[in-house]
Design a protein around this ligand. Structure first.
Ligand SMILES: [Cu+2]
Length: 452
């Protein structure tokens, strides 16, 4: 079942917000989901999750039920490995175009949209039932189709303030302290709000489970990327079930940095690919008969960063990078002799970029409101001295920009006019901040800024 990698597969996964998915990507994603449901594979995942959930943690004395993969340090790595393998199964589902599927994430903190409903309302667009709607919906139809019993009437999803708190508060500077906060406040809350199957041990039967856990996984990785974090575990062992576990064995240490399993999280038009050697291999196996690895993302692609956060194209490998906006080769990027490297900006299709570039197959859909998504790009981020701000003026001439520190205090305020501006952040101390752009019409946009 998991044997054949098709041509044009990819070794890496660039996971983006589901709102950035094109209609075609959502269609392919749904087709793959349905294939795994029909084959019984999705239910096998749910059963595995349930089996693990109902086990007692043997390391606790006395052992306590439901502390094996939840309420324990293994919560984060186990679920990372779980959705990683599900993503691989989606790619291998046989659905047309599915080999290039990347697991999207559902940012339930999102309030950044001015013309479509936010992800924090009962009418969260993700619960709409057509992948062709301009409201970005696509997972709604399964509620009745698969009897998921979702409730999702609450708007009290965790906020980006709660997320930023986990990322930057010194209280959570080691995994032991951070994990209960991530799991208890951010993870459990959303399971409960969605309701139905999502509050049971069989929650992976609801496809929203994977997008929610991709978000949780992203937060864990963002937390690590902020720096000065102790991402340590008491042992290198992953919980495994003697009977019925189909997940390949792996140690915690091999996956506790998502980059080590080639998973990268794009955020609002920006992705950083580092700690990466182009190999066109997954788990040591060549994924097709070429030496070619393709990176595709519509937003800005940053390669490398420093000597330790490297990006290397070794001899004999072919690396193609495709963006609609910018590709930045940072220090630590090495293109070795005997390799072939191409970086391409598809400027001509910018207006249709979210359709044409990061797509799984050529897409005849017209772009919907995708451009509205990228209302606030901050670049570079993290940054030491200056950040460029690209924003959609939304027909307005004057915008207020405020940078707020983690305690909620405004540390920088500026009025700008026009599209793009540069902010000097030299004087801010290192840490994470929220950049808030306020339109005079009343709408606002928030983004996380990491100051180095
Ligand atoms: Cu779980």
């Amino acid at each position: 079942m998991l044997s054949l990698w098709c041509m044009n597969a990819q070794a890496q996964s660039i996971r983006k917000n589901y709102r950035e998915m094109t209609a075609k990507e959502r269609e392919v994603y749904c087709t793959a989901l349905e294939a795994l449901r029909l084959s019984g594979r999705m239910q096998v995942y749910a059963t595995l999750h349930s089996t693990h959930s109902n086990l007692s943690n043997p390391t606790l004395v006395p052992p306590v039920i439901n502390t094996y993969i939840h309420n324990s340090e293994d919560f984060t790595p186990w679920h990372r490995w779980f959705i990683y393998n599900f993503e691989k199964d989606l790619r291998n589902s046989g659905a047309p175009g599915a080999v290039k599927i990347n697991m999207p994430y559902w940012d339930w903190t999102s309030v950044n949209y001015t013309s479509v409903p936010t992800d924090r309302t009962p009418a969260a667009p993700i619960f709409n039932d057509s992948y062709y709607t301009p409201e970005y919906g696509f997972l709604g139809k399964y509620n009745s189709l698969w009897s998921l019993g979702r409730i999702a009437t609450s708007s009290s999803y965790p906020t980006n303030v709660a997320v930023n708190d986990v990322l930057s508060n010194n209280i959570y500077s080691n995994h032991t302290a951070m994990r209960p906060r991530l799991e208890g406040v951010l993870h459990n809350g959303v399971h409960n709000i969605v309701g139905g199957v999502m509050v049971t041990a069989l929650s992976p039967n609801d496809p929203i489970f994977y997008l929610h856990h991709a978000m949780i996984d992203k937060i864990w990785q963002d937390w690590l990327n902020v720096g000065n974090k102790l991402n340590t575990f008491s042992n290198n062992t992953m919980p495994s079930v003697p009977v019925g576990s189909f997940l390949p064995n792996i140690g915690v240490d091999a996956i506790k940095d998502s980059r080590d399993i080639k998973v990268f999280y794009a955020d609002n038009g920006f992705v950083n690919i580092d700690k990466y050697t182009v190999s066109n291999q997954i788990d040591g196996t060549n994924i097709d008969n070429t030496n070619t690895e393709n990176f595709r993302y519509t937003g800005i692609i940053n390669l490398g960063g420093s000597a330790t956060n490297f990006f290397t194209v070794p001899s004999g490998k072919i690396c193609n990078v495709l963006s609609s906006q910018a590709i930045v080769l940072k220090p630590g990027t090495t293109i070795l002799a005997g390799s072939v490297f191409s970086a391409k900006i598809d400027a001509t299709s910018f207006t249709t970029a979210r359709v044409a570039i990061n797509d799984v197959v050529p897409d005849v859909q017209t772009p919907n409101n995708d451009n509205k998504f990228a209302q606030l790009l901050i670049f570079p981020n993290p940054s030491k001295d200056k950040v460029a701000i690209f924003t959609d003026p939304n027909g307005e001439e004057m915008l207020d920009i405020t940078i707020v520190d983690i305690s909620g205090k405004a540390v920088l305020y500026q009025i700008i006019n026009g599209l793009n501006t540069e902010l000097n952040i030299q004087d801010l101390s290192a840490g994470s901040y929220t950049i808030h752009i306020q339109y005079r019409s009343g709408n606002g946009v928030n983004k996380l800024l990491i100051k180095l």
